[in-house]
Design a protein around this ligand. Sequence first.
Ligand SMILES: Cc1cc2nc3c(=O)[nH]c(=O)nc-3n(C[C@H](O)[C@H](O)[C@H](O)COP(=O)(O)OP(=O)(O)OC[C@H]3O[C@@H](n4cnc5c(N)ncnc54)[C@H](O)[C@@H]3O)c2cc1C
Length: 413
Amino acid sequence: MTSVAVIGGGPAGLMAAEVLAQGGFQVDLYDAMPSIGRKFLLAGAGGMNITHSEPSDAFLSRYGAHASAIKPLLDAFSPSTLCEWIHGLGIETFVGSSGRVFPKDMKAAPLLRAWLHRLRESGVRIHVRHRWLGWTDDGALHFARPEGEFAVKADAVVLALGGASWPKLGSDGAWAPLLAGRGVEVAPLEPSNCGFDVAGGWSTHLRSRFAGQPLKTVALRFTDAAGHTHQRRGETMLSDTGIEGSLIYALSAPLRDTIKALGSVTVLLDLAPDKTPDRVLAEVNHPRGARSLSSHLQSRAGIRGAKMALLREALSAEQLNDPVKLAHAIKSLPLVLAAPRPIEEAISSAGGVRFEGLDDHLMLRGSPGVFCAGEMLDWEAPTGGYLLTACFASGRAAGQGALNYLYHHAATD
Ligand SMILES: Cc1cc2nc3c(=O)[nH]c(=O)nc-3n(C[C@H](O)[C@H](O)[C@H](O)COP(=O)(O)OP(=O)(O)OC[C@H]3O[C@@H](n4cnc5c(N)ncnc54)[C@H](O)[C@@H]3O)c2cc1C
């Protein structure tokens, strides 16, 4: 009997298993963890943003340098097809005001539950606590499970082992040296959608009083190593060691790459993005009478809380008392970012199996019958549903590729 294995029970692996089971094959799905889909469930904890409703060109542009590799996957399984697929599980979706798409109850658990039920009904056998260790000398898949190690031959295997962020949820990137040892080109796994440390760290005062506090809306700009200026507005917050939040995550790829190229990156924060520089100067210059500087800036320029603390952290007393210097700092406060936070803390990872080493069906060129899918492939994207969409779509493509491979081999064997 044909043996088909999927390793990794995240969205990419489950999707590949579904396609293979629908194609009439008995599928064994293995995962190292005691339960399936842990990162998917965590992604649902703060509101599961499953995809985005923007036009396809804009959607595709979110994959940056990897857009051409992702395009055929989305052509075959688009965001709207993904929504129909979700509806097929009995889960309704809605489009938020930002264009992001969510399940109606914002949660991942009901979707995962319905999906696992459907997979089991279609005959997929799920084996948890099975850690894949690579291949044996005779090409069998090598696993460790609580009872001990064992090997199983598979006619086709889909690897959907995830990236390396949040390793305690299962995806720890331990597969990277295993594949590299087999001659597969793997781009180094790096943090993506992550926070950054400021050079020298914060003062004890700022850290103890303001870490975790939002700066609310700010604008941020910086110039990358190629001289390209990035500018964006959004929400950010102070962390123990630097800054994080959706604005920072969205810029994390160019910030990380600029630090890699130049050793650090200076970002300019605009703490009053709704006011022109002249307006800020006029407000700062407005007579303040007996009021403290804090209450003056709060009432005239909307600078309060963590924003005020950041100004005090960065400016000397002389600069704070100089209206021109203060107004300039409010509109253009330099922060030197020294390093991305460790990959363990990142929402996702960049790097992974390079598309050049895969054929059009996501099969490893040097390993017939071995397919790869999901975050373990070399692409990255901001949050906004782009991560899950590409995981689902690549799982689908790898499952379809494995299906065609098995049909072809069944026909020619
Ligand atoms: C906090 C957080 C919030 C997120 N929010 C969103 C969001 O709102 N929208 C969005 O689009 N994305 C979001 N993401 C990202 C999204 O969850 C991931 O991109 C997605 O889960 C990756 O899917 P995957 O199937 O490739 O890998 P994973 O979901 O990581 O699954 C990989 C599986 O492989 C298993 N595995 C790994 N190594 C082995 C091994 N050697 N042997 C056996 N099994 C192994 C793991 O146990 C795991 O179950 C979020 C991520 C985080 C951490």
